[in-house]
Design a protein around this ligand. Structure first.
Ligand SMILES: *Cc1c(COP(=O)(O)O)cnc(C)c1O
Length: 494
């Protein structure tokens, strides 16, 4: 593994070399307590330039959206305009202390209020809370609200939540975490919810349904209004997983379709950067029924102001709130980025985002459907799923295709998800890629299909050009090695 990290920074070490220049002492020197000091500290002695090159070189070993195409389905790895970063770093935002009282934080509160309002408008909901720190946490908040809504009415029979088998994996997990039983619904041959199975499952033990729209097949549910009606008719509430709103914005408002609650992923749809465990933001939008249960705090106007005075904003806990999900107010830096993105795009720009996201995905789907099997070959939303294997080539799997893509400088699509498609490769180009990039990807995918037929081992042994070869992915995640020196024996073994 370390081979790729050559030259090791430890090998560059020269005794006495230093990369730090400290100013002369302007206070009397006083010795540090000896027993607290380590006698040896095995750090490389290198210059500032060597340190800089070392870390920049390491950073280049990673694929990133700033360095290459990243069609990772469902994750919306799109370009994040740098102006968002400038806005988030404005000292008035970045250095605002979270304990500042409302009066001293009016600018930040005004921004949050506007963002709540915009998100509500985009999705047709009456109220929004920015508190959740991730999509999955937004889901959790949404299901807890549904739970509290039923309990608040004294309805304790409802213990189940319906989840289609084309839902995102976090949906059934959320249902279980919130103390409900997840009831899986099959899909029909078009990839839509099987309406008969749904109607058969609806009774007074159903608290609601959690549906990912577009589904993980990249499809807009064909009979969405029937689905919503069936669940509402038995007294359940409808949750929409809206992580991928870049397929719907400006075209469909989930609140107007009849959904009761939905989460957004600011760190997907609204371009705030993500990946690698960085901060996220998963606001929830609700209709009037669920408004009192929102997680808090939310920003409200406490004094409307007048011609001379601007409105006064304040933080409030909703009346029957499910409570707090996170310290303070959610990930404020992400709110600033999303605000900037929406503000710059405006009405028509927001609609264009959706149109290009959908156009780009359909373009690739149509160009590749003669080379790869596309099981649900109908107009898709922002992504689509193809099968990463070939009838006439044995033992070539989706993973082999993905790994081979890396040799061409392209990040693999999402693998083996959704589970209902064999050898699934879920491809999401996003709206920020141009036609040339899409064409290049299509070419590479065709080349790889040809390679599979001529020299399948090329795929099975890929990647060939990446700094590390094919890893045991489970072990690599569980036993992450963050060390630039050869591993000691105790750590290298099993
Ligand atoms: C990404 C995603 C989630 C989860 O969002 P996180 O911020 O990763 O927790 C949920 N549902 C769908 C459809 C997603 O794409």
């Amino acid at each position: 593994m370390t081979q790729a990290l050559e030259p090791l920074i430890y090998d560059m070490s020269v005794a006495g070399r230093t990369g730090a220049l400290l100013p002369a002492l302007d206070v009397p020197e006083s010795p540090l307590p000896k027993d607290l000091l380590r006698t040896t500290l095995d750090l490389p002695e290198v210059s500032e330039l060597q340190v800089m090159r070392h870390f920049v070189r390491l950073s280049h070993l990673n694929h990133s959206i700033d360095t290459g195409f990243y069609p990772l389905g469902s994750c919306t790895m799109k370009y994040n305009p740098k102006v968002n970063e400038d806005a988030a770093r404005l000292p008035g935002f970045a250095q605002l202390h979270p304990r500042t009282d409302d009066e001293g934080a009016q600018g930040a509160l005004a921004l949050m209020y506007q963002l709540q309002t915009w998100l509500g408008e985009i999705s047709g909901f009456q109220a929004v809370s920015l508190a959740p720190a991730a999509g999955a946490q937004g889901e959790f908040a949404g299901i807890l609200m549904i739970r509290k809504y039923h309990l608040d009415r004294g309805d304790t029979k409802r213990t189940k939540i319906l989840v289609p088998n084309s839902a995102h994996g976090t949906n059934p997990a959320t249902v279980s975490m919130a103390g409900f039983e997840a009831v899986e619904l099959p899909s029909d041959q078009n990839g839509d919810v099987d309406l008969e199975a749904l109607r058969a499952a609806c009774d007074d033990t159903i608290a609601g349904m959690m549906i990912t729209v577009p589904s993980t097949l990249g499809l807009f549910e064909g009979h969405i209004l029937d689905v919503i009606k069936a669940v509402h008719d038995c007294g359940g509430l409808m949750y929409m997983d809206g992580a991928n709103m870049n397929a719907l914005m400006g075209v469909v408002k989930p609140g107007e379709l009849g959904f009761d609650v939905m989460h957004y992923n600011l760190h997907k749809t609204f371009s705030t950067p993500h990946g690698g465990g960085g901060p996220g933001s998963g606001p929830v939008g609700v209709n009037d029924k669920l408004k009192p249960f929102l997680p808090g705090p939310v920003v409200e106007i406490v004094d409307a102001g007048n011609d001379e005075e601007p409105p006064l904003y304040g933080l409030k806990m909703p009346e029957k709130s499910i409570g707090r999900l996170k310290a303070f107010y959610g990930n404020f830096g992400m709110h600033v980025r999303a605000y900037t993105y929406i503000g710059i795009h405006g009405d028509t720009g927001i609609k264009d985002i959706t149109r290009y996201a959908v156009l780009n995905a359909n373009y690739i789907r149509v160009k590749l459907r003669d080379t790869y099997r596309v099981p649900y070959d109908r107009i898709c939303a922002h992504e689509f799923v193809l099968e990463g294997h070939f009838e006439d080539v044995e033992n070539v799997h989706a993973l082999d295709i993905s790994k081979r893509l890396m040799d061409y400088g392209i990040h693999p699509p999402t693998n083996y998800f959704p589970l209902i498609v064999p050898e699934a490769l879920m491809i999401e180009p996003t709206e920020t890629e141009d036609k040339a990039t899409l064409d290049e990807f299509i070419d590479v995918m065709k080349k790889i299909a040809a390679e599979a037929h001529q020299d399948a081992d090329l795929l099975r042994t890929a990647p060939h050009t990446a700094p590390v070869k094919r890893l045991d992915e489970v072990r690599a995640a569980k036993q992450l090695v963050l060390c630039c020196r050869p591993l000691p024996e105790w750590a290298a073994g099993d």
